[in-house]
Design a binder for this molecule. Structure first.
Ligand code: G5P
Ligand code: MG
Length: 223
């Protein structure tokens, strides 16, 4: 189902909570354009752009990229999308980023994946990704059809440099200090909806039903 009016959503949740996995289901079901800040940064690193080279060590150490850099990157991509429905994944990740986004767009819904940290740590060491598309696999949860290769292109899968147990711990800390306040920011605006659980397949039907309703509801200021 493609929404008839512009729908702007954000998906939030700690590292490894399933934002990428759920985003793929949302885009396939509802036709929103998916924009992942992490995928964008990894594409820059792979292409060895100036930005990618500058940010690689920061990302590999589990630190956040500076707000100004991140906001410029994402907001310029959003401008390029024009009047399209989109789903932001991984941005905003600080209150400053949320405020920068707010200056240009009002967000209709923020879905928050509330997954316990213990569950996450086990998942990330068995994650494999297709760098060019951002497709995500897991040896235990959704393995590729052929080991080590992307289902769609047949290209090799890679592991992320920031998926080591030590870096995952640092990323979770950064999430607690910098990103949890963003949940409060959106809660106070009345657009936050939290989905708790330890399995994506159990969370998904609830999230899908929620978005079904949201996309049918008339929204303020849209034709
Ligand atoms: P990213 O790329 O945004 P994170 O840390 O926010 O990275 P990540 O790691 O991409 O989030 P995710 O997308 O939430 O996790 O999770 P996922 O990939 O879908 O699922 C994780 C694994 O679990 C996969 O293998 C999946 O198959 C599996 N899985 C899913 N569901 C289940 C389940 O039910 N059961 C099981 N067993 N497995 C499951 O950001 C990376 C870095 O970029 C910088 C930062 O340095 C950041 O650390 N960055 C920013 N810096 C500043 N500001 C921003 N806005 C930034 N955005 C990125
Ligand atoms: Mg992701």
């Amino acid at each position: 189902m493609v929404p008839h009016t512009v729908f702007r959503a954000v998906i939030m949740g700690p590292p490894g909570s399933g934002k990428g996995t759920v985003s793929a289901r949302i885009t396939a079901t509802f036709g929103l354009k998916h924009l992942s800040s992490g995928d964008l940064l990894r594409a820059n690193i792979k292409a060895k752009t100036e930005l990618g080279l500058l940010m690689k060590s920061c990302i590999d150490q589990g630190h956040l990229v500076p707000d100004g850099v991140m906001s410029r990157l994402i907001l310029s991509d959003l401008r390029g999308l024009g009047r399209t429905s989109w789903l932001l994944d991984g941005f905003p990740r600080t209150v400053a980023q949320a405020e920068a986004l707010d200056k240009l767009y009002s967000v209709d819904s923020v879905v928050n994946l509330d997954v316990p940290f213990q569950t996450i740590k086990q998942r990330l060491t068995s994650r494999w990704i297709h760098l060019a598309s951002g497709r995500v696999y897991n040896i235990d949860f959704n393995p590729p059809k052929v080991a080590g290769l992307d289902d769609v292109t047949g290209e090799p899968l890679v592991q992320r440099d920031d998926d080591t147990p030590e870096t995952v711990t640092l990323r979770l800390k950064a999430y607690q200090t910098k990103t949890e306040p963003v949940l409060e920011y959106y809660r106070s605006k009345g657009v936050l909806e939290t989905f708790s659980g330890t399995e994506t397949n159990k969370i998904w039907p609830h999230l899908r039903a929620f978005l079904d309703k949201k996309l049918l509801a008339p929204r303020e200021g849209v034709a």
